[in-house]
Design a protein around this ligand. Sequence first.
Ligand code: PRP
Ligand code: MN
Ligand code: MG
Length: 178
Amino acid sequence: MPQDPYVIDEMISAKTIAARVEALAGEISACFSDTDKLVVVGLLRGSFIFIADLVRELSLPVEVDFLEASSYGSMTESSREVRILKDLRGEIAGRDVLVVEDIVDTGYTLHHVRHLLSARKPRRLKVCALLDKPARREVDMSADWVGFDIPDEFVVGYGIDYAQNNRNLPYIGKVRFT
Ligand code: PRP
Ligand code: MN
Ligand code: MG
């Protein structure tokens, strides 16, 4: 599909992200300080860079797993469905779990994932999202930790794509159509 030409303006620098990730990791490590092991679940694909940086800053024993969810917008915004394309490899019953997401937009993805995983009876289930766009929320959903609240702009980089492009940018950028 052809894309309109666009440029990317830096919104959050790599340095600013790194400092925030370190701070989040400190809070998460303190919260789970009594755990035997934390299962860190990344939501594919957008979280792959954030989870890689975050786990390296955690001072906890960690296990890493991944889940892939796809959210389908239908004719009406309110009847969105989230489908699981790749489930976790491991069991989470009775375990400490942290879900890691790149961005909360409408909230459908995380709402569904939290519901799905809590049904498996983890000991504790927390959610950390790097970015939050509260203005776009359609379903009641808030992450336990958020890196940055951002305005309703189309963002890319640090794992986040525009039509599968720009995930490898080291910073968060704002798409501007030219
Ligand atoms: C994006 C983003 C979040 C989700 C947020 O994922 O990475 O997972 O949408 O939107 P929501 O709050 O409205 O549900 P996407 O479906 O584009 O898949 P990707 O992570 O593979 O890019
Ligand atoms: Mn995603
Ligand atoms: Mg995407």
